[in-house]
Design a protein around this ligand. Sequence first.
Ligand SMILES: [Zn+2]
Length: 415
Amino acid sequence: MDVRRTAVVKLAVSDEQRDALHRTAEQYLYCANRTADYCWSDTSYAECKTNKREVRDALYAELREETNLQAQLVQAAIKRAVEAVKACVERWKKGQRVSQPTFTAETMDYDTRSATFYRNKVSLATVEGRVEPSFVLPADSPTPYERYVLSEDYEFRESTLRYDAATDEFYLNISTRRTDGDDEVSEDTGHSDQTVLGIDLGVNSLAVSSTGTFWQGDDYDHWCREFEKRRGEMQQRGTQAAHNALLRLGKREEAWRKQYIHTIANELVSEAVEHDCDVIAFEDLSDIRERLPQAKWHHVWAFRRLFEYVSYKAPEQGVSVEQVEPNHTSQRCSRTDCGFTHDGNRHDEQFECQKCGYEVNADYNAAKNIGVRYARKRQHKLRSSPKSGSGDAQVDVRVNGGTLNGESHQPIAGD
Ligand SMILES: [Zn+2]
C-alpha cells in the first residue's frame, strides 16, 4: 500500500523573495518549454522523445549553461516536460487530438536537494541563492502540514511551488508518503489505491465537481454575449477601419477566453490536489454537440479547452486525467443504494429520482456518476489483472463531505 498525502501551505514572502521566486520560475519554464520543443514532433508520436535519461543527457549541460538554476531544478524542469510529452503521446496513440505541451503556469518541483523543511519555514533554491519564506499556517490544529509533513510516519517526497496569479500568493503543495507498514513501496506508478474527482461539464454551470464545487461561468456567458454584440455592430459598419477593429477585437476576445478557462483549469487541478485525488475524470467530449444541443459554440469551445488545459496542468501535480463514456450519467441516481436510471429523473437543473426520491442539483449528480463510472471501470480492470494483490485495491470517488466506493453502486445502465 502506498499512502500519499498532499498538504497545501501558503508562504509569507518578502518582496525580495518574491522577485527571486518569479525569476526562478521564469527560467524554470524556459527549461521546460525548451525540453518540450526538443521532444515533440508534429509528424508522428513515434518521433517524440520520451526517454527521460536520453533527453536529460542531451539537454542538461546546455540548460545549466543558459540559466542560473540549481542542478535539481533544471532536472525537474526536464522531467516535467518529458512526462507531459509522454502523456500526450499516450493520448495520441489512442487517437485523441494532441498538441505540443507548453508551460506557462508558474509552478516548480522541489525535492530534498532543493528544498529543506523546518517547523515554521522552508528553504528553497532560487536563481538568487536560497530564500527562506515562513509558512502561513491556519490556527486550527493539527494542520495537514503538521499531520503529514512533520509527522514521522510520513516521509517528505517532493513539493511543488505554485504561484497563484489571482491572489498574488505563493503556495507549496507538499507531497509525503507513509513510511510505516511492512509493505515494500515501489517507485513506479504501481500504487493501485486511487481517489477520483468527477467533473461534469455543462451549460447551466460550466463545470461541477463531485466534491460539490460549482464553476458557474455566468460572467463567461455574459462576456461572450457582449463580444458578440460588439462584433455585430462593427460588421454592420463595413468600413476598413471597422474591419481592422474587428480583427483586434477577435484577438482580445480569444486571449480573454483563454485566460478565463486557464483560471478554471488551475482551480480544478487545485480542487483535486486539495482533496487528495489521484485522478480527474471527465466525460468523453466527442459527441458533446449531439448530447448538449442547447450548448452554444463558445460552450463547446470552453469544454474542449478546459479538458485540454487540465490534461496538461494536472500531471504537473501528479494527478492524471481520464475520460469515461458519457451515456446516462445525467439520468442516473447517484445515491449509493439506488442507482436508478430514468429519463424522467432529470428536469433541467434539478434531479429528482423517480424511485428513491433523491433530490439534488442535476450537474452535481452527474459529476458523482462520472467519478463512479471511472471507479467501477478501474476496479474491474484491477480485479481482472493478474498482478497479485491489486484485487484489493480501493477506488473511491471524492464527494462533498466524504467518499463513495465505486463497488457499492448499482451498475450504470450501459456498463
Ligand atoms: Zn434514486
